[in-house]
Design a protein around this ligand. Structure first.
Ligand code: FAD
Length: 438
């Protein structure tokens, strides 16, 4: 008789600790598990260099933690997973749920072509999409009541890593190349625990890109190097306004995933249908100026250059650059969202599209459309000494303090463009277009 074995198909859970799907695989395989990651060409092609590099580094780290036994195969998961399961005579294949539109279809296809069960345990969220309903049994459309219900619902405690696993191996493809100091489960845990010491400051400082005081945990969360459950358990031991504010942000992440799972079309289409009629301009030279950080608005340009150079942008700046694209340049948010997905290391369809929709005023939890960010005012408020702008826009380094936000008032700057649009005029035009669809 063949040994009992199981397959653990890693996807957005590149870790061994606090991984219930892995525990199930170990139990089902009587300790003998084949761990696999499928390099799906469809997803790989769509990811930009920043995401590919982090993924590669994270896979290398996971494989090391498995004694070098992570199997990586390229191809269509609907062919790769059943083939591998048959090769080792697996009793079951184990996964954490993927609630995204592509993941749902893909997992359905894999299940259809497998000869053994596909067992789904857990999700990348504190509370899985679809769980939280209002008293009428309907999903929430607005964040604040969702958040209240989220707190009331609660989440499980983290679980321990499996004690003894005999990792099986079959022939795989080469691991992709890529190195990043902060990739992998151990780095994620170390960085998180170091950040926790400072979480009390989060409430006051989280909107200040110059202070660089947010956690950057969106990156390990994206790849599942760390589960939000682990973070929430640690936060529960901290009693500060900062810890509470941080917990609320983790609920935003769950809320975005919940909205996308229930409205898969929201990845690229507005949740509020009247916005289908909104008049946008074709993305042309102004869109290129935005992507390259050459709009002549220092706070916007600093953000877009930070994105291009580092694959990361502070949340406040994401909101300002997104608003600028949609409401000052009148370009459809989907082009900006696509550029973000290509450039961000934490690029995540649910958080990205739903936040873009929020800024563009067409999301479920719509910020009033007429509340349009002033790109200079936002800079003066959240980067009061111009530090952030000077860090990313070298042409402005000769301007001290807040003068860096308004080079046109301070003698200009060599090689730095004039503003590509007049904000007051662009704002009026945005409101005119909004009036036409109301
Ligand atoms: P912290 O301030 O330390 O927050 C802690 C965690 O809370 C984050 O790691 C993240 O998981 C979660 N979080 C915080 N704010 C939000 C939010 N508004 N929505 C959802 N989750 C949140 N986040 C992504 O993870 N991937 C994306 O592709 C993405 N695209 C965005 C696009 C736009 C236009 C905007 C306005 C926001 C986007 N966000 C996205 C949300 C947010 O900007 C990032 O999660 C955050 O900046 C990451 O930095 P941090 O980990 O230091 O955040």
């Amino acid at each position: 008789m063949r040994d009992v074995t199981a397959v653990m198909w890693f996807r957005r859970d590149l870790r061994l600790g606090d991984n219930p799907a892995l525990l199930d695989a170990v139990a089902a395989g009587d300790g003998q598990v084949l761990g696999i990651f499928v390099l799906d060409p469809l997803l790989w092609e769509r990811s930009g260099a920043a995401r590919r590099t982090h993924l590669a580094a994270s896979l290398r780290s996971l494989s090391k933690a498995m004694g070098g036994n992570l199997v990586v195969r390229r191809g269509d998961p609907a062919q790769v997973i059943p083939a591998v399961a048959e090769e080792i005579g697996a009793r079951s294949v184990h996964i954490g749920a993927d609630h995204g539109p592509y993941g749902q279809t893909r997992d359905g296809e894999v299940e259809g072509s497998l000869k053994c069960p596909l067992v789904v345990t857990g999700s990348p969220y504190a509370i899985a999409p679809g769980r939280i309903m209002n008293q009428q049994g309907r999903p929430y459309q607005v964040f604040t009541p969702y958040f209240r219900a989220w707190l009331e619902h609660g989440w499980r405690q983290p679980c321990e890593p499996p004690e003894q696993v005999k990792w099986l191996s079959v022939k795989g493809d080469e691991l992709p190349d890529g190195a990043a100091d902060d990739a992998g489960e151990q780095a994620a845990l170390d960085n998180w625990r170091a950040y926790l010491d400072d979480v009390a400051r989060y409430d006051d400082e989280r909107n200040r890109p110059d202070l660089d005081s947010t956690s950057r945990m969106s990156i390990p969360l994206k790849y599942g190097e760390l589960h939000p459950r682990t973070m929430l358990a640690d936060l529960a031991r901290k009693r500060s306004a900062g810890a509470e504010a941080y917990r609320r942000q983790l609920a935003w992440r769950d809320f975005c995933a919940d909205l996308l799972a229930r409205n898969p079309q929201a990845a690229w289409k507005p949740l509020r249908p009247e916005f289908e009629r909104m008049q946008y301009d074709e993305p042309g030279a102004l869109f290129d100026a935005w992507k390259e950080g050459r709009t002549g608005y220092p706070f916007v340009d600093a953000g877009m250059r930070q994105l291009a150079e580092s694959g990361f942008v502070h949340n406040r700046v994401r909101m300002v650059v997104a608003s600028f694209l949609v409401k000052d340049l009148h370009v459809h948010w989907k082009y900006g969202a696509r550029w973000f997905m290509q450039s961000l290391r934490d690029g995540d369809l649910a958080s990205n599209s739903l936040n873009w929709q929020w800024v563009a005023g067409c999301g479920a939890d719509a910020a009033p459309y007429f509340r349009i960010f002033n790109p200079v005012g936002q800079g003066l408020k959240f980067d009061p000494d111009g530090e952030y702008v000077r860090r990313w826009v070298p042409e402005l380094r000769h301007l001290d303090g807040k003068n860096a936000h308004e080079p046109w008032k301070n003698g200009g700057a060599d090689g730095y463009p004039e503003p590509v649009v007049d904000h007051a005029e662009a704002r009026r035009e945005a409101l005119r277009r909004y009036d036409a669809i109301r």
